[in-house]
Design a protein around this ligand. Structure first.
Ligand SMILES: [Fe+2]
Length: 194
């Protein structure tokens, strides 16, 4: 594996490209994937914002608010990766955000996209995990542990919402019930463990 070359300073402490002290270098491959993942989180934030707009335009306030909050969380995830890269002495490289999809035929199509997006983000995190393990980069695996678990829960939540929306079969009365649940923050999968 190749590593980003540390710069030796007069104080005999290695520094990264940002000039910060660096305890352990990261492999070029892991760094590239971490940067790409950070930008994927930013892209997800934009995609969620687009879904929130779609529902806001259709008076489904619960869906709009829920998806707005999910989008804000994606931005927070990007910030977590930025904090982590800085802590490792690396520079954060921001990429272009592509215009997200804004056209859907119905609610089920929107929420299906949300579920797929969460699954894609999980795959990306797991790929990062694999690379970090191959590199024996334990700081990164420890950083990623709670993120993997958070992604599993995000998939669980999105699957629940998609299941409810499928039950509704685009019937306005049923969609309004789900919307009310979301507005009251009462939408959550069953918990069998007491
Ligand atoms: Fe995320």
């Amino acid at each position: 594996m190749t590593y980003t070359s540390p710069i030796q300073t007069s104080s005999n402490v290695a520094t990264g490209p940002s000039g910060r002290a660096m305890a352990e270098p990261m492999s070029a491959e892991l760094l590239e994937h971490m940067q790409a993942h950070l930008n994927m989180e930013r892209q997800s934030a934009a995609a969620y914002f687009a879904t929130a707009i779609w529902f806001a335009e259709r008076e489904l306030v619960g869906f709009a608010n829920y998806l707005r909050d999910e989008g804000n969380q994606e931005q927070q995830h990007a910030a977590q990766f930025a904090d982590y890269l800085i802590s490792r002495g690396q520079t954060v490289v921001l990429d272009t955000i592509e215009p997200p999809c804004q056209q859907w035929s119905n609610t089920e199509a929107v929420i299906s996209d949300v579920f797929r997006m969460e699954a894609d983000v999980t795959s990306s995190v797991l790929q990062l995990y694999k690379t970090a393990e191959q590199d024996n980069d334990m700081r990164t695996t420890v950083f990623l542990d709670p993120i993997v678990e958070g992604q599993r829960l995000s998939e669980h939540e999105a699957a629940y919402l998609l299941g409810r929306v499928k039950f509704a079969a685009n019937q306005p009365a049923a969609l309004l019930l789900i919307d009310a649940e979301l507005r009251d923050k009462a939408a959550a999968p069953a918990t069998l463990a007491g």
